[in-house]
Design a protein around this ligand. Structure first.
Ligand code: TRP
Length: 335
């Protein structure tokens, strides 16, 4: 039996990069009866760099929940919950903070590069600086043994392992050491439609699960291909051509994609033609997701109620762990 915990910061709707990088795997994990899956909307973590604009976070909680349900995460099988509704997570964070030195958080490579990327102006918020410790609380509260995350989250899992060791050796063996599961999708991260690095909201190069067919078709038509492939009869490049990159990921008929590639490289195959094919391929993936999303979006109260139920169930488990933690530390005074 595996206990799996993962989550997303609610700072925007989820896109195809999330779909291939994590959502698809989560759905598969959910459907394996040996797994107990927890998926968390990490609003506390999102607030660590959005404290002055909390509505940017709160307004995206429902959007992310809609994306989860649309791709087939099923609240009957998976506990879907909101981080801020589990106060035990913040309490655990306080105790764990004393087991981690300032020097150690400063060395976390992901936090380090995020601090460089984000222009924090007057200073790095302390909550942002220590978010890996809060993430350790998320993971250990559920005694998760597996944490499926992207490459950039590996340092968070390592830091959690250190906290678990430190806690278990200092007090009592209460916490479970988690293992990171990095998706080995061959491709790694899906690049954006402009071919400029990964798909991301800040680069404005994403195809969203919530996008209408019209918008998706337009985005595909504007995709980065081979800038030197000007006339249909010109030989074209397949490497770095986003249409082929996406076809490699999403098309079922690999032999046909291979045929198209050869034709394109020889010359005689136009961009519009390959884009039209990608439109069909992505249509097949996105139409059922979009339909489910639109239907659920009609009833936000129903979705929020699901999250409330999930949060109540999650809190029970976190409260049990917190109780064990306090007992191990000898601070359960009124027991
Ligand atoms: N840091 C993750 C991200 O940015 C979100 C997250 C918060 C998370 N807590 C977690 C992921 C615990 C896995 C486990 O996407």
């Amino acid at each position: 039996m595996n206990t799996i915990l993962t989550g997303d910061r609610p700072t925007g709707k989820l896109h195809l990069g999330h779909y291939v990088g994590s959502l698809k795997t989560r759905k598969e994990m959910q459907d394996d009866p040996n797994n107990n899956l927890f998926v968390m909307i990490a609003d506390i973590q999102a607030l660590t760099d959005n404290a002055k604009t909390p509505e940017k976070v709160s307004s995206n909680v429902l959007e992310v929940a809609l994306d989860y349900l649309a791709v087939g995460l099923d609240p009957k099988k998976t506990t879907l919950f909101i981080q801020s509704q589990i106060p035990e997570l913040s309490e655990l964070t306080m105790y764990y903070l004393n087991l981690v030195s300032v020097g150690r958080v400063r060395r976390n490579p992901t936090v380090k590069s995020e601090i460089e990327q984000k222009s924090f102006g007057e200073g790095v918020p302390t909550g942002f600086f220590i978010y890996p410790v809060s993430q350790a609380a998320d993971i250990t509260a559920f005694k998760a043994n597996l944490v499926p995350v992207g490459e950039d989250q590996k340092p968070m899992v390592e830091q959690t392992q250190e906290i678990v060791h430190s806690f278990n050796s200092t007090y009592q063996k209460v916490l479970v050491e988690p293992k990171g599961v990095i998706p080995d999708k061959g491709l790694g991260r899906l690049p954006g439609i402009d071919g400029n690095g990964k798909m991301s909201k800040s680069l404005n190069n994403g195809i969203y699960l919530a996008d209408s067919k019209d918008i998706v078709d337009k985005k595909i038509m504007s995709m980065y291909t081979d800038p030197n492939h000007i006339h249909v009869q010109d030989p074209g490049k397949v490497e770095g051509n986003m249409v082929f990159t996406y076809l490699d990921v999403f098309a079922q008929d690999k032999a046909y994609v291979q045929e198209l590639k050869e034709q394109y490289q020889k010359g005689g195959l136009g961009d519009v033609k390959i884009k039209r094919y990608l439109i069909d391929v992505l249509d097949e993936v996105l139409t059922p997701i979009r339909a489910r999303r639109q239907e659920l979006a009609q009833d936000p109260q129903y979705v929020m109620d699901l999250l409330k139920d999930g949060s109540l169930a999650a809190e029970k488990i976190a409260a049990q762990t917190l109780d064990e933690v306090k007992t191990a530390m000898g601070i359960n005074y009124f027991h």
